[in-house]
Design a protein around this ligand. Structure first.
Ligand SMILES: Nc1nc2c(c(=O)[nH]1)N[C@H]1C(S)=C(S)[C@@H](COP(=O)(O)O)O[C@H]1N2
Ligand SMILES: [Mo]
Length: 531
């Protein structure tokens, strides 16, 4: 900002600050109008047409990996709220600057708004699946934002304040002008809120995905899941339920707004290094021979003892059948799965052909997939971390090579392959819990998908490792719970460590490693107090 020589030196104290604030508010309200109008209109276009969504998503894609890891580690699954708030804060600062500039020289402020619009347009048009008409809501929003900026700048800048009389006019003439400004701002801001909220409600009402999902009846599986054996649940109170309810299932994805795919329009394209390219509709998928199976999903970002793992009963079509139909050509070694929102995962081709229950899943615990878990179709691959296998809202399978292509996280510093490492955790007692004297129930879970868990050992206060009691095993693709009773733990602070062996007898890696690039290792240890 330059110096403002015309500023009346004898104005009331603080009036300069007040006018600065007024012009900043002008910019913020204009931005509010822009986003509100764009939001309302975007209900009629694809999700990418919402500048909020597309700018936020682009921001997520460009967030450096360390920052994203920090956000996930620090804020858990609220990471997106935090990223969104940072974007909002940046938007407020930039629009305030545009407001201040507009007051000095309207064209400068308008130019800034125009420049932001161009950046937002770039964010929109580069989103997966976006088309040129998706720019219309932004265009209309920008026009509204500029109109508001003009309208309010007129009120915030008293044009009748001639330089000659400026000093004396200020306190007297500014009063009605200020009132005009306040009234106009309140009216426009109120209208923006109404339009913005209305637009959001409209999008929700027009969300066919939610409606279709509610009405969808999934077919019965041709091959139902084997009944769970008795005793899969650890007898210790407070251990996670063996089957994770959908509502409690961890959620990790880069989607700022959950994609809303209409199954009626969904199709999976299978192409690349194959003899037989084809597309498959949702109807064809449901008519195919579906299987149902329990698989424990795990996130590579899970820290030792963390809770980014969940176990569900999945209904879906075996990916080996998809591959058999596509007939991969010699030399192919990877399948790149891509979601409607541009996420991608690199899955080794042999994993999709070796007979394991890798699925194009449509059902989760007896329901259609929840929207946030990939409705209408996602991948579930036993034995691989989600980032290289579990693509939600999947729409494209390209048979290719690791040499030619990389998945979303691989191109951001994570590994290209992601087999799940043997892990175990203490769930009860909780870390730092205070438990009553007497028998202390200790319990938790362990997993080594595709291999299975053969033994879990606990160590109490640094003593000898002892075998814990294993709960029944549902399959090698699910986690396995364990328990141990500790009699006579004296009052005071105690430590429990746990470690697991997979079915080959290989001991879980003791070395402490953080999740990046291919999964954490280390033995989980907790401290609790007997009172
Ligand atoms: N479309 C899409 N699919 C995705 C992701 C994503 O960011 N976008 N994240 C993957 C990761 S890292 C994991 S761990 C699993 C998590 O699946 P969930 O949210 O159903 O637990 O989804 C995978 N599939
Ligand atoms: Mo993940």
């Amino acid at each position: 900002m330059g110096t403002r020589s015309k500023e009346p030196a004898t104005g009331r104290p603080g009036s300069r600050t007040r006018r600065l604030l007024a012009s900043a508010a002008t910019g913020v309200i204009a931005a509010g109008a822009l986003f509100a109008v764009a939001q309302l209109l975007s209900a009629f276009f694809s999700a990418a047409s919402s500048p909020l969504t597309s700018v936020g998503s682009t921001f997520i894609d460009f967030t450096p990996a360390w920052m994203k890891n920090f956000a996930i580690a620090t804020f858990g699954t609220n990471d997106k709220t935090v990223l969104l708030l940072s974007v909002a804060a940046a938007a407020i600062v930039l629009s305030a600057l545009a407001g201040v500039a507009a007051r000095k020289w309207f064209a400068a402020g308008a130019g800034m708004v125009g420049a932001f619009a161009v950046v937002m347009a770039a964010c929109i048009i580069t989103r997966a699946g976006a088309t040129v008409p998706d720019l219309l809501p932004l265009l209309a929003g920008t026009a509204s934002g500029l109109a508001v900026l003009r309208f309010l700048t007129g009120a915030a800048t008293p044009r009748h304040t001639a330089p000659a009389t400026g000093g004396s006019m200020d306190s007297g003439a500014a009063r009605p002008t200020r009132r005009t400004f306040l009234v106009r701002s309140a009216v426009v801001a109120g209208a923006a809120v109404v339009v913005g909220v209305g637009g959001t409600l409209l999008s929700t009402a027009r969300n066919t995905a939610r409606q279709v999902r509610a009405a969808l009846k999934l077919p019965d599986p041709r091959t139902p899941a084997a009944a769970l054996p008795a005793g899969v649940q650890s007898p210790v109170q407070g251990v996670a339920p063996f089957v994770t309810p959908n509502a409690d299932f961890y959620r990790i994805d880069t989607a700022l707004v959950v994609p809303e795919l209409d199954p009626g329009n969904w199709a999976l394209r299978v192409h690349g290094m194959v003899e037989n390219e084809f597309t498959m509709t949702f109807g064809e998928l449901l008519a195919a021979e579906l299987v149902e199976t329990y698989v424990t999903l795990t996130c590579v970002s899970n820290v030792v003892g963390g809770n980014l793992a969940g176990n569900a009963k999945w209904l879906g079509y075996p990916l080996r059948e998809v591959m058999a139909r596509a007939k991969p050509r010699a030399g192919a070694d990877m399948v790149l799965s891509t979601s409607s929102d541009g996420f991608s995962a690199s899955t080794p081709l042999p994993v999709l052909q070796d007979g394991r229950d890798a699925l194009l899943a449509v059902g989760m615990n007896g329901e259609p997939l929840p929207l946030e878990h990939g409705f209408p179709v996602r991948m579930v691959v036993p034995g691989l971390y989600g980032f290289v296998s579990a693509t939600k809202w999947v729409v494209d399978l390209e048979v290719t090579t690791f040499a030619a292509k990389a998945g979303y996280w691989t191109s951001r510093g994570w590994s290209s392959h992601g087999p799940i490492k043997t892990a175990s955790r203490v769930e009860v007692p909780r870390a730092l819990a205070r438990v009553p004297a007497g028998r202390v129930g200790i319990g938790g879970s362990a997993w080594a998908q595709q291999r299975g868990i053969s033994k879990v050992e606990v160590q109490l206060d640094g003593g000898a490792w002892q075998a814990a009691t294993l709960a029944a095993e549902a399959s090698v693709d699910t986690w396995r719970q364990w328990s141990h009773e500790w009699d006579g733990a004296a009052a005071g602070t105690h430590n429990v460590r746990v470690r697991a062996y997979d079915a080959d007898g290989t001991l879980q890696d003791e070395r402490q490693a953080s999740p990046e690039p291919d999964g954490s290792t280390g033995w989980h240890s907790i401290t609790f107090t007997v009172v």
